[in-house]
Write a protein that binds this ligand. Structure first.
Ligand SMILES: Cc1cc2nc3c(=O)[nH]c(=O)nc-3n(C[C@H](O)[C@H](O)[C@H](O)COP(=O)(O)O)c2cc1C
Length: 481
């Protein structure tokens, strides 16, 4: 049994070897290679899958063109890897064990050097997941993805939870022939999935103070919502067209009684201070007047922040045909004009409104009762009070923002949830400024229990749940602005 390291075109790459040039079509781009030396040309023509041994290709180029041609070959490989045309596979008797697929223009295609016989360990950022019928090993530190095509390699990755030198790992994973282990570890090192550990030391990656502060989920989220470390589709791809209908413009209205809210007269905010003054005065206020906020103030606040200002149906040109979709504008900006955020009011104390959880209907400017003073309602209010460090009894209104996630995820790839969180920030500032202009007490909150909210509101956690909380009340002595 013998292991090899094969270089080949990545799956999905088609090659045309025309007169004087090589034309490559990859999953995301196209490239034409011209003025190739005969040595490089001969080597490139061997990259048709399953590909050729990397050492063999190096020798071929060296023999035909000398060291200059070899340097040109490495340069060419690096360029092709960064553009996503190449992959590198460890094979055993012609069967793939592990394939490295570069996913970013920052990938550095370095020759695979023998790794030292010192302990190596899996990065705390590496994660394994199923994609189709294979396991993939990915990491927000890496510019390549590893496809694990043999369960024995999954065993090796598992064995790397504990630091181990190549010779120790040969003992830990007896199912793999010994000569495959150094090769597999070499690929894991070049992909950035494992690193050498100093004797008695911690995970080497943890030694950088900048990296130490990142939690796994935060860095993964960051690396996937920004471009540069993934070859996944990105942006307005209309990813769900053809599979799901466009999600509704507004949350379907609740049945049962609704309470019409006060509509402020035109022109809105005629008595408001100037914008610069409002911005200058804005503060988070956590102390309230003994006289609670009124239904009229809450009505005006919601009207100014979140009402539907216009509605229209639009024929959208998508990559899979024209789709008709509804839009409802609001006073604040939102990506794609999709407005997936819903507003709920957990009212503990508001003159003119009974305590309980309400849903705001932004089209009709009404509050729909969701539940009364249930255990869940009490916990939502208590959690908000704890976040602000104030007594639960003092809370007047907790505005809870929920997201109908499908509304954005239907259209946007990679960035849907990030957009929703940006919208929460946009709404917070709109609420802060509106409350300040109205002489109310605003305070944004940084966290809340999305499972608890889903139970209280009777929503499906995966379809709609809370993403933001905001305290609102009447201004007391200390907070008078
Ligand atoms: C996204 C966000 C989250 C916040 N989370 C909390 C919180 O959980 N508890 C709290 O008391 N204040 C919270 N605040 C208010 C900040 O503490 C406050 O804005 C900051 O101290 C600056 O003070 P100022 O708003 O009075 O200018 C939050 C504000 C924002 C914008």
């Amino acid at each position: 049994m013998s292991a090899s390291l094969l270089l080949s075109w990545r799956e999905g790459v088609s090659v045309e070897d025309g007169e004087g040039e090589f034309r490559l079509q990859g999953p995301g781009s196209r490239v034409v290679l011209r003025q190739l030396s005969p040595a490089v040309r001969a080597a490139l023509s061997q990259l048709v899958p399953p590909g050729r041994d990397e050492d063999h290709l190096d020798e071929l180029v060296l023999d035909a063109g000398g060291p200059t041609a070899l340097a040109g070959w490495y340069h060419r490989l690096n360029d092709l890897a960064q553009r996503g045309f190449l992959c590198r596979a460890v094979t055993l008797d012609g069967r793939r064990l592990l394939t490295l697929v570069p996913v970013s223009p920052s990938f550095a295609f370095l020759p695979l050097n023998p790794i030292p016989d010192c302990p190596h360990q899996l990065s705390r950022f590496a994660y394994l997941r199923r994609e189709g019928r294979t396991f993939v090993l990915e990491s927000p530190l890496a510019h390549a993805r590893l496809v694990l095509e043999d369960p024995r390699v999954v065993g090796l990755v598992g064995a790397l939870a504990e630091p181990g030198s190549p010779s120790e790992l040969i003992g830990r994973v007896p199912a793999l022939p010994p000569d495959t282990i150094p090769l597999l570890l070499g690929v894991l090192v070049t992909a950035g999935m494992i690193q050498a550990i100093r004797p008695g030391g911690a995970d080497a990656a943890d030694e950088s103070p900048a990296l130490q502060t990142w939690e796994f989920h935060d860095l993964l989220f960051h690396s996937r919502i920004r471009q540069g470390r993934s070859d996944a589709p990105y942006g307005a791809t209309y990813r769900m067209v053809g599979r799901l209908d466009p999600p509704p413009t507004l949350k379907p209205e609740r049945t049962g009684e609704g309470l019409d809210l006060y509509r402020p007269a035109d022109p809105l905010g005629a008595d408001d201070p100037r914008l610069a003054e409002v911005v200058g005065r804005r503060r988070s206020i956590r102390e309230y007047s003994d006289r609670p906020i009124t239904d009229r103030q809450l009505g005006e606040f919601l009207f100014r922040v979140a009402r539907v200002t216009a509605e229209q149906e639009v024929d959208l040109d998508t990559p899979r045909g024209v789709v008709r979709m509804g839009f409802a504008a609001r006073p604040y900006p939102a990506g794609g004009g999709l407005y997936e955020l819903e507003v709920y009011a957990a009212i503990q104390s508001c003159d003119g409104l009974a305590p309980g959880l309400y849903h705001y209907d932004p089209r009709r400017h009404r509050l729909g009762p969701v539940c009364g003073k249930t255990v869940e309602f009490g916990r939502l209010v208590a959690d908000a009070a704890a976040s602000a460090g104030i007594p639960t009894e003092s809370v007047q209104v907790v505005l809870i923002l929920s997201s109908r996630f499908q509304r954005v995820a239907w259209k946007y790839a990679s960035i849907a949830y990030a957009l929703t969180l940006k919208h929460v920030g946009v709404m917070y500032q709109t609420m802060y400024l509106t409350a300040t202009a109205m002489n109310l007490a605003p305070c944004g909150l940084g966290g809340g229990d999305a499972d608890l909210f889903a139970r209280a509101a009777g929503t499906d956690y995966y379809a709609e749940t809370s993403v933001g909380e905001f305290l609102l009340g009447s201004v007391g002595e200390a907070g008078t602005v």
